[in-house]
Design a protein around this ligand. Structure first.
Ligand code: ZN
Length: 203
């Protein structure tokens, strides 16, 4: 199983980090060891002083595929949730400045929090998924899948040109604006509509 992530997929987030609007999806990956197992605490990593949360819609892949066309993409995922792409922002800025890969800042152990999946019923409107993140009970991020620069199905088409999708893979679809720091003791809770799908405390 692998975790494929999209970067810079919401305009307001691209702007808050002073990046350019991409003309093709920005893709990176996290290994299986990045997945925070449920009931495992998340510990603040020792190699960063600027840990950021990024709340994102996450899809679960249900069918193997390669070179998937956008019009067929919805056959390849069967459930959605929210998650956190934990990012060591200071380290990422440093790596970006040097033109180096991001993995140390983005793919470290337990950096992928994934909520409880909601199975997608036939006819589910994937262009109107509303989600938000609470930090210590205060709303810090909120967006709708309609705001994505590259839609879910376009992202799948693009990813599958380069990487085979396999059953059980997870796709993080990018974060909206409002990313920010978290510190030890912060409690993050992710929602789709009013449904709470994960709670994680930084230890
Ligand atoms: Zn992200």
């Amino acid at each position: 199983m692998k975790i494929i992530c999209v970067g810079r997929n919401y305009k307001d987030h691209v702007k808050e980090l002073n990046n350019a609007i991409p003309d093709e999806p920005v893709i990176f990956m996290k290994p299986k060891s990045a997945l925070l197992q449920s009931h495992t605490p998340f510990y603040y990593p020792e190699f960063t002083n600027e840990l950021h949360y990024e709340c994102e819609l996450v899809l679960r892949v249900c069918k193997n595929g390669k070179y998937i066309q956008e019009k067929h993409a919805s056959n390849y995922y069967d459930a959605v949730t929210v998650g956190i792409d934990f990012t060591a922002r200071d380290l990422q800025d440093d790596l970006k400045a040097k033109g180096l890969p991001w993995e140390k800042a983005k793919a470290f152990d337990n950096s992928a929090v994934v909520g409880k999946f909601i199975p997608l019923a036939p006819g589910f409107n994937k262009k109107n998924i509303q989600f938000h993140l609470l930090k210590n009970n205060e709303k810090v991020q909120e967006a709708n899948s309609a705001d994505m620069i590259f839609s879910i199905d376009k992202v799948i088409e693009n990813i599958s040109k380069y990487f085979s999708l396999n059953i059980g893979d997870l796709i993080f679809t990018g974060t909206p604006a409002g990313v920010g720091e978290c510190v030890v003791g912060d409690v993050m809770e992710g929602f789709i509509d009013k449904q709470s799908l994960f709670t994680v405390e930084v230890k």
